[in-house]
Design a protein around this ligand. Structure first.
Ligand SMILES: [Zn+2]
Length: 653
């Protein structure tokens, strides 16, 4: 696919009435990529298709709540053997590779189901049952995968589940393959790296609502699938929409290297904290000479900064752990497989990919800092830094999930922060305040639009964006400006290799054209996630939910006692701020609240209310109980429907 010999698809039907086909400038750039990139290297295609056993006779998986949890049908256009000028040729290639669908043998005894969700689900054949590695995002997709492998290879019980790390696409479907009671009783082993639940929950709580809104950009949630819209997500097609759950592991891997034999399968766990996730681990299977790289080694440069929003990751630590994997296991490995994309076979190939990925993260760390130490700032680095040619020629080191553009800025952000050192940018005006002055000095809206049109016609999209962005901050309801900005975003979206960048530009265009932000049913986590939140984190979040202005002049001191957890907290509202400390209490508290954590969870899930808890004597209040209602009135309800780009929320009439 996407070689220069294929015909260019004649796909003129854009999903949006204001949508444009790729411009002549965009087409010329795509053609250059087709000629320059190493499309003759077909290794990935051999690896991607190797070991295929069977695919199901369906392309959609239903959601329990109604609707569709997973849909491969909408991506079938990628298999038509056509090049699309609206897709960067390298991204189109990755998008075709990720059309893997069905059951694959990695080696006899190790199987993967791919294309049932964003990630892969892996099954290791033990003496009596399956050991499952990672359980997809949703109960529905994981359940379908287990059913399919049992149909194909014979029904076996799941005796253990290993969760490689703390991201939802790896544990969310756990209830689709095992039930919680079997984990509590110890019948099924649920194994995860140390501090799994804490990290799995915490990454999505404090800024969770903002992250959901930003998923519309990075993941293009709301963007139609097709050559002008969503085509891929680098590490898989997309995220499924189903039941996301979590079960607390009954075995925690705490040592740097830890060995364990389950159901006749020897596993050597390698903890890699602070890499792709705060808690993550690889696994070595000596019997199979097989190395499971979790999400540490995939078919892309991964995110150092994930645009949906997350703490910036540590490129150097990531590189060092890959180096450790190489020296501990990579030199003996005959197959390397992972939770995304496809496996690598043969020791030479494995070492090549391991070294390449090791070097790509180390290079990003070292060379970005090399440039920063010579004065290149966070506002320039993405236009200066690039991978060395030797890595650019390797498909596994291309900018899909993480781009060199947004990752290089992240490295500077991690070490030096967001400030470029110029006082002019230290306490800047808000864009809405500075924009009217820019527009006035540029001679008004018409002049800006005329110049932008000319820049657009020349293919100078980033330049047009620069001045149009000022105009829409000054005049958010100027639809001509919004449409022209959308046109520029669209061509940039077509041109970027990274789906994270592509989706962000194309989603931005969609919101500008429609003058509205997309509706969402996405929420920050279901009942399982709420139950799993540690009390301290829950109280931290309560502090975030409080609208400080509503707490002006109010001072409270409360003791919170959770007998079933043996926890107690001293909570203070002071200076419009809620703080808490574990293990302390105040003798002069205004209120003491005693209830079981289990009942608090019922309250949070809306399954009970305060009067009911008082009635059933499940909550004991001592002191001024009106405090609870007063604080309740200070809490905001977050919804992910705020504007990211001016003029994308209908004006209040
Ligand atoms: Zn993942």
């Amino acid at each position: 696919m996407a070689s220069s010999t294929l015909s260019i698809a004649d796909n003129k039907t854009h999903f949006h009435p204001k949508g444009n086909p790729p411009s002549t400038h965009t087409k010329a750039i795509q053609q250059q990529h087709r000629l320059k990139l190493p499309f003759t290297d077909k290794t990935d295609f051999q690896e991607q298709s190797k070991g295929f056993i069977a695919k199901p006779d369906y392309l959609k998986i239903k959601a329990d709540a109604g609707g569709v949890a997973w849909d491969m049908e909408r991506y079938q256009f990628l298999l038509d053997n056509k090049d699309f000028d609206s897709i960067h040729p390298s991204l189109q290639r990755q998008a075709v590779l990720n059309m893997n669908y069905g059951l694959y043998e990695v080696v006899p005894g190790i199987y993967q189901i791919r294309g049932f969700d964003l990630a892969n689900i892996t099954f290791i054949k033990g003496e009596t049952g399956w050991i499952v590695f990672d359980t997809l995002t949703a109960k529905e997709t994981a359940r379908a995968a287990l059913k399919f492998i049992n149909q194909q290879l014979g029904k076996r019980p799941v005796v253990a589940v290993v969760l490689s790390h703390t991201h939802g696409d790896h544990f969310g479907g756990v209830r689709g393959v095992i039930n919680e009671q079997d984990v509590i009783s110890g019948k099924v082993k649920l194994i995860a790296p140390a501090d799994f639940v804490k990290h799995a929950v915490s990454e999505n709580v404090a800024a969770g609502n903002a992250m959901i809104r930003r998923m519309f950009m990075q993941y293009g949630v709301g963007l139609p699938v097709g050559p002008f819209g969503h085509v891929d997500q680098a590490i898989g097609k997309n995220v499924s929409v189903g039941n996301l759950g979590i079960i607390s592991p009954n075995i925690s891997i705490t040592k740097p290297i830890e060995e364990m034999t389950i159901d006749g399968i020897k596993m050597v766990f390698q903890n890699t904290p602070g890499t792709e996730a705060p808690a993550e681990m690889n696994t070595w299977f000596p019997q199979f000479k097989a190395f499971w790289a979790a999400e540490n080694i995939t078919g892309t440069i991964h995110n150092i900064y994930t645009l949906r929003g997350a703490k910036v990751r540590d490129t150097l630590a990531w590189s060092k752990y890959i180096n450790q994997s190489l020296h501990l296991f990579g030199k003996q490995a005959e197959v390397m497989f992972a939770s995304h994309n496809w496996p690598r076979w043969g020791n030479q190939r494995i070492q090549e990919v391991m070294r390449g990925q090791r070097d790509m993260y180390a290079h990003m760390n070292n060379q970005v800092l090399h440039l920063a130490n010579q004065g290149i700032t966070i506002n320039e680095i993405h236009n200066v830094y690039d991978m060395p040619k030797s890595l650019q020629d390797q498909w596994y080191a291309r900018s899909y999930h993480g781009s060199t553009q947004h990752n290089s800025r992240a490295v500077i952000n991690r070490y030096l922060g967001y400030w470029d050192g110029n006082p002019a940018t230290l306490v800047p005006l808000s864009p809405r305040d500075s924009a009217p002055l820019y527009v006035e000095m540029m001679g008004g809206a018409n002049k800006i639009i005329k110049k932008s049109q000319s820049l657009y016609n020349q293919g100078l999209y980033h330049y047009a964006v620069e001045i149009l962005n000022k105009l829409i901050y000054a005049e958010p309801n100027n639809q001509t400006a919004r449409d022209l900005l959308a046109d520029n975003f669209e061509q940039l979206g077509y041109q970027y290799e990274s789906p994270s960048l592509r989706n962000s530009f194309l989603a931005g265009a969609l919101e500008l054209r429609d003058g509205k932000i997309p509706a969402t049913k996405l929420t920050a986590g279901g009942p399982d996630m709420k139950r799993a939140i540690p009390t301290e984190l829950l109280l931290d979040y309560l502090g975030i939910l409080i609208d400080g202005r509503k707490a002006a002049g109010v001072n409270y001191k409360a003791n919170l006692i959770l007998p079933d957890k043996g926890e107690q907290f001293l909570i203070e509202l002071n200076n419009e701020t809620l703080t808490h400390i574990k293990g302390y209490h105040a003798d002069d508290a205004d209120l003491t609240i005693k209830l079981n954590r289990a009942d608090l969870e019922q309250l949070l899930l809306g399954k009970t209310n305060l009067p009911e808890l008082i009635q059933s004597q499940k909550i004991h209040l001592e002191g001024d109980s009106t405090i609870i209602g007063n604080v309740g009135k200070m809490l905001s309800k977050f919804t992910p429907n705020f504007e990211l780009i001016p003029g994308t929320k209908p004006a209040d009439k």
